[in-house]
Write a protein that binds this ligand. Structure first.
Ligand code: TXA
Ligand code: MG
Length: 307
């Protein structure tokens, strides 16, 4: 049996399995199977009120689960397959586990641009519900080894390369009249505004999901993170960007050339590497320009620092 066949068997027998996407690795299960979806929440330690994204092979599969208005259709046609998750009203006739949506009447849908993920989805022919394949609250995984670090042999992992984008998808809410960005990502607010020819509002997912106990979700390393540093304290590791005068004994540079795309690809891998380093008391991060995907990089770093 090859790897894809093993993964398909896991899905059809109600197990969770991890797989690569272009953004981060996902921990997936059959979105129609209650107990399979519950396994995702248990494995991650994820609160039940936090809904999951379903992954589809194409727009036609998406239409069976969500009600796509003109705006949502335009965005799906333009950006799929790709790193954009679209929130739409749930199709009332959809056969889907209510654990996926956490009981909401909207659903988040994404068609990933990754050959392995698309192969799985086309062959399985049912959407895969999948959050990032990390323990809830920790940094998202962008490499096979990151997922293995989190779950060991408890979860079957479809191997793949490092996720090329390296940050979770942009989430856009099309279920409301004032279309809003809920999470910044590789596809920027400006990219979406250009396609829709209108300005967007910015909200957070937690403002939209008004469930009891909802909190600002952190995605933090274990070590404290200090941002926009101008000096590095003794025993701190340095996460640097571009060329500057900052130095430290333990240091990684997200992109010595100052390329924001490269920095995004490396961000979670380098945070995980520094977090594992013995004898370090914190991670100092140099300033990173807040433009293009730098907006998403800074948003993830803000969360990492807000523990
Ligand atoms: O790139 C990605 O999006 C990755 C890969 C695996 O596709 N997935 C991912 O899933 O980042 P997760 O669960 O880590 O983040 C999904 C976010 C959560 O913040 C959740 O609250 C939000 O999407 N979400 C899910 N359904 C929603 C809905 N109906 N309305 C608003 N936000 C929703
Ligand atoms: Mg996540």
């Amino acid at each position: 049996m090859n790897i894809i066949q093993t993964a398909l068997l896991k899905l059809s027998s109600g197990e969770a399995m991890a797989f690569p996407t272009e953004t981060v690795y996902g921990l997936g299960a059959d979105c129609t199977n209650d107990s399979a979806v519950q396994k995702i929440f248990t494995l991650k330690g994820r609160p039940a009120f936090n809904p999951l994204i379903i992954h589809v092979s194409d727009i036609h599969m998406a239409f069976k689960y969500g009600e796509f208005n003109d705006t949502a259709r335009t965005l799906a046609n333009k950006f799929w397959p790709g790193p954009l998750t679209i929130v739409v009203p749930l199709n009332k006739n959809a056969k889907i586990s209510s654990y996926v949506t956490a009981g909401l009447d909207t659903i988040a849908i994404r068609c990933p641009n990754h050959p392995v993920a698309l192969d799985l989805l086309q062959q399985y022919n049912v959407p895969i519900a999948a959050p990032s394949a990390n323990i809830s609250g920790y940094v998202s995984p962008t490499k096979y080894e990151h997922v293995h670090d989190e779950f060991g042999d408890k979860v079957f992992i479809v191997p793949g390369d490092q996720s090329c984008i390296g940050l979770e998808s942009t989430i856009v809410d099309c279920s409301v009249t004032d279309v809003a960005i809920l999470r910044p990502g590789f596809i920027t607010k400006e990219n979406i505004e250009t396609i829709l020819n209108m300005p967007l509002t910015e909200k957070t997912s937690s403002e939209v999901i008004k469930a009891p106990g909802q909190f600002k979700l952190h995605y933090s390393p274990k070590l404290p993170v200090r941002l926009n540093v101008t000096n590095v304290h003794p025993n701190e590791a340095l996460l640097n960007f571009g060329q500057n005068a900052l130095t430290a004994d333990i240091s990684l540079n997200l992109s010595p050339q100052g390329n924001l795309d490269e920095a995004a690809t490396n961000l979670f891998d380098y945070l995980r590497k520094l977090d594992k380093h013995p004898n370090i008391t914190g991670i100092a991060v140099s300033p990173i320009p807040c433009e293009k995907i730098g907006v998403a990089i800074n948003e993830r770093l803000d969360r990492a620092a807000s523990k």
